[in-house]
Design a protein around this ligand. Structure first.
Ligand SMILES: N[C@@H](CCC(=O)N[C@@H](CS)C(=O)NCC(=O)O)C(=O)O
Length: 233
């Protein structure tokens, strides 16, 4: 078996990695019962050497290095098809791809908003993510992420607008899960991994208001528990 190494951003309380994209890979590998070494990165130059886009996760699989959580899961699926993360039925597969992208490209920004834009929550997040880094440097990191969030668009919302939009997304998720075990049928798929990693990341003491919103949705809570069971050893 090829050796598998997951390069990830550091842990925070309650998560093996602060990054939901790194958590997707934790869950995908665990679901497929693949043994891997997690390596936590802190040095940006070392990250760029792995991935010129300067983002994590990156996966080393034998002599291959793959970046981007979506591409990593597809790569793993090709080599270890069972248990499947992509449904075989074409319509279910298409739905899984679309929902994974919803998690990555929409829900993710709610997580960024909660952790980085809301100032007092950022202080606690930074203390967990960058312990020992001088406060002034922590503030510089925040400045650049908040600028990015403004450019993306979510950063232009008030806290109330952002939370209302998050509530609508959670309502839609809760309704989708009313009669379903998982997002694309009775088996876990890449949709549950992608959307679940974002929602699980919002359900932390670090972001109490977002966590309370998640916990109001009973179907979502039962689904998170099903995902946790499916990816546990
Ligand atoms: N589309 C990428 C997104 C990865 C991503 O944005 N990772 C963030 C952490 S959550 C990152 O590495 N940010 C560092 C940076 O932007 O400099 C994926 O699915 O892996």
């Amino acid at each position: 078996m090829d050796k598998i190494t997951l390069y990830q951003w550091p842990a925070i309380t309650g998560l093996e990695s602060a990054s939901p994209f790194c958590m997707k890979i934790h869950w995908a590998l665990a679901y497929k019962r693949l043994v891997f070494d997690p390596v936590t990165m802190a040095d940006r130059a070392a990250v760029i050497a792995l991935n010129p886009r300067a983002k994590l996760p990156a996966l080393k699989y034998g002599d291959n290095i793959i970046s981007d959580s979506t591409d990593i899961i597809r790569f793993i699926e090709e080599r270890h098809p069972e248990p499947r993360l992509y449904p075989t039925d074409p319509a279910a597969r298409a739905r899984a791809i679309i929902l994974e992208d919803w998690g990555d490209e929409s829900l993710y920004w709610h997580l960024v908003y909660e952790r980085w834009q809301i100032e007092d929550q950022y202080d606690e997040y930074a203390a967990q993510l960058f312990p020992g880094v001088p406060r002034q440097v922590q503030r510089q990191f925040r400045e650049s992420v908040v600028q990015g969030l403004y450019g993306q668009g979510f950063g232009r919302m008030t806290v109330e607008q952002h939370r209302a939009k998050l509530g609508e997304a959670l309502d839609a998720l809760d309704a989708t899960l009313a009669d379903a075990q998982f997002l694309c049928g009775n088996e876990l798929s890449v949709a549950d991994i992608g959307v679940g990693a974002e929602i699980h990341g919002l359900d932390l003491p670090l972001t109490p208001a977002a966590s309370a919103e998640v916990r109001k949705r009973a179907n979502v809570m039962r689904w998170l528990a099903r995902i946790a069971k499916a990816v546990s050893a």
